[in-house]
Every structure is written in structure tokens, then in C-alpha cells.
Write a protein that binds this ligand. Structure first.
Ligand code: 5GP
Ligand code: MN
Length: 336
């Protein structure tokens, strides 16, 4: 769905643009941001990517990542950029609260907000929005934005293609989730033609673990995985001490929840991480089990049908207990 299309005219002149995405960006969030960053820069705009937090080390090679401004490291400079901005791109989120510390700053600016996103139930804060909950990734929509809305496929450089490929690859679980349509494969083929080195991208994202990350995975599988067979549910719960022991940094828990879902018969998988200030929850499901509804109703979050997240200010034990206590409500759908 496209709204506010007429505002695209603004891009005819050089503008001050700030690109934002959600807190703790994943491959799609950072890949979309850096993909459109390179394109806007090449069109002559003054562009910055401002993040509310750092990003995972497995993305610390994406073309342009060294230009990113991390708000807590340069708050005055970042605030100034928001104040001067004509346009703020809001990528891979459709609720401003997902930008964490940036939310009040984005709300306060006079800049136009242009949202490109694929999450369910978008808030209405944008002056232009390209939104499709069926899109496999925001990076797919950025490709659409450049190649169709702006009719500028020929400007997709290897840097742009690499970032967009990474976004689509990570958000589709390497092209295996249901969202991976033939259209996605066609776009991916075109990104390879535009210079994305698919083999090298997979190598950099998936074969870049540290020894301690791998040992942390082994430890979590052995000691922190609990299966509830009567509800076809499995989950991990990680304590603060676990994170310290294995020197866990941003991105190290990425993908862990999928191991719980990979057990035969498991239809709902969760990961609880004690991040000290709050408990962060990741939920994954198969079929029509609504992770987003569960997160929205019980864990102050949301997301997609089969992949959602949320948080809790209770203790880790209490959060896990709450999760277990709500499973009976979903008995029918979990066991059918
Ligand atoms: P992850 O579990 O990988 O952190 O997030 C999976 C998906 O859940 C994300 O793509 C995002 O859509 C959603 N999500 C994660 N955390 C939150 C949250 O705190 N609030 C909302 N509304 N969605 C979230
Ligand atoms: Mn995404």
C-alpha cells in the first residue's frame, strides 16, 4: 500500500535526510537503511543513518556501516541532524516506540516522515508510506521504492544490492520462510545481477561466529532449553549471568529461538533474555499460531504472525511463569 506518493517530489531537490530504523537493528533493518543511504547519497542528498543502539557484529561489514551514527555516542550531533532534517526515513518499523530513545526526537521534528515497512498494524505517523505486510523484508520494499516508485533500477550499485540482499536473506531465514515468494527470488536474482556477491554475503553473515558464541549456543542447547510437549512448545531462558559468562554481545542470541522451533512437533518457540533493564522475549511459530497476538496481549510487543517480540519488567522467572500460564488459552491451536 502506498500513501503520500506526491511527497516524492521533494526528492527533486537536494534534501537533508536522516534514516532511522528500530532499536537493536537486525539484518533487514540495517541492510534497508544502508541500501537506501547509498542511493540517496548518489542522488545528491545530505544523508545520515542514525541508530538508537549498536548492531550485531555479524553485520559489521555491510557497505556504509562505518558511516552510521550511534545516538548514545553522539547525542548532540544526532539531535541536530534531526532538527535540520527535511525527511526522516522510518525503515523496518511502523510504531515509533520501536526506535527506543529516538522516539521523542522523531515525534518532535518538523521533518516529513517516510515509512517503508512490512510489520502488521502500522501507526499513522507518516507523510509517505510504502507498507506491505506480505513483503518478505523491508529491503524488498526499498528495492520496490527505488526501482518502481522512483523508476531508478539502473542506479542500484553493488553496495546497494549487497545491503538489500542481506536484508532479504536475513528476514527470510535464507529464503526459507513462507514469505519467500517467486517475486522475492526474482528480486534476489536482480540484486545478484546488480553486484551482490551472494556467496560472500552468506559467508560473512553465517561463518563469522566467535568461539565463545558457539560455546554459548552449545551451553544454551544443553542447559537452557525447556520443552513442554503437551503444548508443542519449547523455549530458552537466559540469565544475566549466562550473558556475562559467555561475553554475549548484540546479535549473539540471533537465531537461537529457531533451534527450539526446529524440534520435531514444536509449533511455538520462545527465547527469554534477561537484559537487566528488562526481559526481552522473542517468539516464533508455525502455521497460524499468532505470535504477534500473544506478544501484544501479554508482553507489550507485536510483530509478524510467525515472528514477534516483546518485553517484560517482571523477573526472568516470573516472565517465564506468565508465558507458561497463558499456554492453556492457546491449547486448541497449539495442539491441533
Ligand atoms: P526478534 O525476536 O527477532 O527480536 O523480533 C522478531 C520480530 O518481532 C521483529 O521483526 C519485530 O517485528 C517484532 N518485535 C520484536 N520486538 C518487538 C517489540 O518489542 N515490540 C513490537 N511491537 N514488535 C517487536
Ligand atoms: Mn524486517
Amino acid at each position: 500500500m502506498l500513501t503520500g506518493e506526491k511527497n516524492l517530489e521533494l526528492l527533486a531537490e537536494p534534501r537533508n535526510i536522516v534514516i532511522t530504523t528500530h532499536h537493536k537493528p537486525d539484518g533487514d533493518a540495517l541492510g534497508s537503511s544502508l541500501g537506501i543511504y547509498h542511493w540517496l547519497k548518489a542522488k545528491g542528498h545530505r544523508v545520515e543513518v542514525v541508530l538508537s543502539s549498536d548492531f550485531p557484529s555479524f553485520l559489521d561489514w555491510l557497505p556504509g556501516r562505518e558511516e552510521v551514527i550511534i545516538y548514545p555516542e553522539a547525542p548532540a550531533k544526532a539531535k541536530d541532524l534531526f532538527q535540520q532534517a527535511d525527511i526522516i526515513f522510518c525503515l523496518d518499523y511502523s510504531a515509533l516506540s520501536r526506535t527506543n530513545i529516538l522516539e521523542p526526537i522523531i515525534r518532535d521534528t518538523k521533518a516529513q516522515k517516510w515509512m517503508i515497512d512490512h510489520h502488521l498494524e502500522p501507526e499513522s505517523f507518516s507523510d509517505l508510506s510504502l507498507w506491505d505486510s506480505k513483503a518478505a523484508a523491508t529491503a524488498q520494499l526499498v528495492y520496490t521504492f527505488i526501482s518502481q516508485l522512483c523508476q531508478d533500477r539502473s542506479s542500484i550499485t553493488p553496495e546497494i544490492a549487497t545491503n538489500l540482499y542481506t536484508g532479504i536473506m536475513t528476514d527470510t531465514g535464507s529464503f526459507r520462510f513462507r514469505s519467500t515468494s517467486s517475486e522475492v527470488h526474482r528480486i534476489i536474482a536482480d540484486l545478484i545481477d546488480a553486484g551482490a556477491d551472494n556467496c560472500s554475503i552468506h559467508e560473512q553473515v553465517f561463518n563469522s561466529s566467535t568461539e565463545s558464541r558457539l560455546k554459548f549456543l552449545g551451553y544454551s542447547l544443553l542447559n537452557r532449553l525447556e520443552v513442554i510437549p503437551e503444548y508443542n512448545t519449547a523455549f530458552f531462558s537466559l540469565t544475566k549471568e549466562d550473558l556475562i559468562k559467555f561475553n554475549v554481545t548484540t546479535g549473539d542470541t540471533e537465531g537461537l529461538v529457531n533451534y527450539a522451533l526446529s524440534i520435531k512437533g514444536i509449533r511455538l518457540a520462545a527465547l527469554f533474555v534477561d537484559r537487566t533493564e528488562l526481559i526481552k522475549l522473542s517468539l516464533r511459530s508455525t502455521g497460524d499460531i499468532p505470535c504477534n497476538k500473544i506478544c501484544r496481549e501479554h508482553f507489550n510487543g507485536g510483530g509478524h504472525l510467525n515472528a514477534s517480540g516483546g518485553s517484560s519488567h517482571e523477573s526472568l522467572d516470573n516472565t517465564v511463569a506468565l508465558f507458561k500460564s497463558i499456554l492453556p488459552q492457546y491449547r486448541e491451536i497449539l495442539t491441533k
